[in-house]
Design a protein around this ligand. Sequence first.
Ligand code: F6P
Ligand code: MN
Length: 325
Amino acid sequence: MTTFVDLAAWLAAEPADAALKDVVQSVAATCAQISGVVASGALSGSLGAAGSTNVQDEEQKKLDVITNDLLSDALKACGPVAGLASEELEEVEPTGRVGGYLVTFDPLDGSSNIDVNVSVGTIFSVLPAPTDHVPAEADFLQPGRNQVAAGYAVYGPQTMLVLTLSGGVNAFTLSADGQWLLTHPDLSIKPDTAEFAINMSNQRHWADPVRRYIDGCLQGKEGPRAKNFNMRWIASMVADVHRIMMRGGIFMYPWDAREPGKPGKLRLMYEANPMGLVVERAGGRATDGAERILDIQPTKLHQRVPVVLGSANEVEVVRSEMQRG
Ligand code: F6P
Ligand code: MN
């Protein structure tokens, strides 16, 4: 029988400091708990709308609220956490401690999928905290390249945790007895792909470069790309990115003209940065079309950005198309 290393043993061998390992353990333990709540669905009365909206004016599901509370409570109780910020909370929440780490998270990504029993996930990012004061919002506004850890949990047919600290990307599967076991060490994303993920229903609102790129893919073997493309769109970023981690591909949520003043749909601090780090550490790329995602200087906590990420060569095709304008 194959034996798998568990997260605690794997972390023990990582060259990160003990405080950061505590933070990662706390997030991982909470994701295991969230997995149980998500799996219980209607049995625990946790499906459906919460009857409230969040700071982004999106309707909150009961599970958005439950998972946000679980993560917030766990991180406030975790000694090295100086502050947290959530997609579901208007403001940052300092814990009162100084030094250690800041954690930002999307407690339940893809929550429109909850009620139809399609994969959802949790995304998290860990940044260094200031060492001389209790953190305020400005201290969270660090570029993604400062992240000391990032990852996501996907609640799908299997619950998995995909994690990067200082080195590569490793994926753990949650066992029936609640342990995170290393099942997918050293993930790497193939540089080439013939599979794209984009919400095609927005086609008429796209900018020309996105239209040209997707047109080229759709023309298949007879077109400029000289190969047939497949399309997937789960509408849970976690699940779409996880597919790319497993078999390559490109994921795009570009700017579009529905709300021209909005740079994109996805949030820099809770979605683009952590996924950008995971993807880059696995050999992929992540760009907003003009700049590497991880080099963007955030100006607002809930900032949105266009996102193009995945297989390195394919992201480069889109990036150069976007540069042409
Ligand atoms: O968090 C935003 C999100 O739910 C992502 O998980 C997902 O990729 C995207 O929105 C889906 O957007 P749309 O509703 O346009 O398909
Ligand atoms: Mn999300």
